[in-house]
Design a protein around this ligand. Structure first.
Ligand code: GDP
Length: 427
């Protein structure tokens, strides 16, 4: 159990009508009683908050939330203050004077996890929900917070436990004549588990992509209108448009929302053999971006021969206002007149939705989970190949440990600091 009583603003920084300050820890009740007469549990009440000298600091809506039925599982309180800087500073000073201390990033959620109020996957979902910028991200985080992903992993862990019990039986009673169906069923179950985890891993990173956002690279020869297209899609002037080829030397980025997914559009320098060293560096970066992008938007000019384009790129023929023919398989647009841009936007939104496909079972959302599942998967492969029940049991135990690390059920002390440091203060 944590001994400190911590506090932090739960609402955002800056002047606002109301600021919510949160307090949690074994001393929360005492600290609160030092400020005002605590209201009955879970009832909002208006109270004058006072410092040690009895001077009124603010009139606030106060909530007293005794543990264990609180967010952290500890005794907690919420103070809904007037949202001015001076009010917040004065109340914070009074809390420190009463023995509370400012919270570290993620400390409330860390305590919730340590007190068994949520598993690690749900804790991470809290951070994702706070960070969610788009509707699709919000839905994915909420689904994870509600336990869909944890249930999937725990379901696998339970099946592994059953398999392990069977192996233990084989080790303990080697001479008993276990019916051959038992071994066959165990073998089939092991194969089924491996298949389920492999399918989950082999999801084209759709959950991670939605969480982190996609990258679409705009590539093509100089002067075809890449910068103009970026500006048109972003609906503002991000890139310099110039009739002089080779103007875009660095990779310019802008974030847009397409189909509920945050997408970083990268305008790359014209891909040509450049004499100028600065432009050459731009071209090098463009190639690197295009290689790492989730989708390449290969831009050419209508009427011009399509250049060297990656096979899965989305091909766009710009400047259709000049009358050139649109090559087969390309989308004709004009950044200048806006013709075809709605269709291009719709196509990009469809690509974003496809890359982050939200139908079906909950997807993997974090590299941390992926690494643990890969370990589990390798252990299961080892178990399937093991000749002796003892070795098989050891591999199954390894797989179970790896699954347990995802939800936080086994040995995660070493990763907790890293996980919760990514949170904002007050969560
Ligand atoms: P980039 O080098 O590929 O980024 O091309 P820019 O966006 O800088 O555009 C190069 C030139 O083509 C500029 O003079 C633009 O005004 C012009 N341009 C861009 N899009 C269009 C278009 O759809 N139609 C016409 N007629 N000109 C365009």
């Amino acid at each position: 159990m944590e001994q400190d009583t911590i506090f932090a603003m739960a609402s955002g920084a800056g002047r606002a009508a109301v600021a919510v300050l949160r307090l949690s820890g074994p001393g929360a009740g005492e600290v609160l009683a030092g400020l005002c007469r605590p209201p009955p549990p879970r009832r909002a009440a208006l109270r004058a908050l006072r410092d040690a000298d009895g001077a009124v600091l603010d009139r606030a809506l106060v909530l007293w939330l005794p543990g264990p039925a609180s967010y952290t599982g500890e005794d907690s309180a919420e103070l809904h203050l007037h949202g001015g800087r001076a009010v917040i500073a004065a109340v914070a000073a009074a809390l420190v004077a009463r023995g509370a201390r400012p919270a570290e990033p993620g400390e409330f959620t860390r305590r919730a996890f340590l007190n068994g109020r949520m598993d690690l996957i749900e804790a991470e979902a809290v951070a994702d929900l706070v960070d969610a910028e788009t509707e699709a991200q919000r839905r994915q985080a909420l689904r994870q917070l509600e336990g869909a992903l944890g249930a999937l992993y725990r379901g696998w862990a339970e099946r592994l436990l059953v398999l392990m019990a069977q192996e233990e039986a084989l080790i303990d009673f080697p001479d008993e004549d276990l019916p051959p169906e038992v071994a066959e069923a165990a073998c089939a179950e092991l194969a089924a588990l491996r298949g389920a985890i492999a399918a989950h891993l082999n999801d084209a990173h759709r959950g991670e992509r939605l969480r982190e956002g996609l990258v679409f690279a705009i590539t093509g020869p100089p002067n075809v209108g890449k910068s103009s297209l970026l500006n048109a899609l972003a609906e503002r002037d991000v890139a310099i448009v110039s009739p002089t080829p080779g103007t875009t030397r660095d990779a310019l980025e802008t974030r847009v929302v397409l189909g509920g997914v945050p997408v970083t559009l990268v305008d790359t320098a014209g891909l040509r053999a450049a004499a100028d060293p600065i432009e050459a560096e731009g071209v090098r970066r463009a190639r690197a971006h295009a290689a790492a992008a989730d989708l390449v938007i290969a831009v050419g000019e209508a009427g011009a021969a399509p250049g060297d384009v990656p096979p899965d790129a989305l091909r766009v023929a710009n400047k259709i206002d000049l009358g050139g023919a649109v090559p087969a398989g390309a989308l004709g647009v004009s950044a200048a007149t806006g013709a075809g841009l709605a269709a291009l936007r719709a196509r990009l939104a469809a690509e974003a939705a496809r890359l982050t496909d939200r139908s079906g079972p909950p997807p993997l959302t974090r590299a941390r989970h992926r690494a643990a599942l890969e370990t589990a998967s390798a252990c299961l492969a080892g178990a399937a190949a093991a000749a002796l029940p003892e070795l098989r049991a050891e591999d199954l135990r390894g797989a179970l440990r790896a699954l347990g690390r995802i939800t936080g059920e086994v040995g995660v002390e070493d990763v907790l600091d890293r996980i919760f440091a990514q949170f904002c203060i007050g969560k």
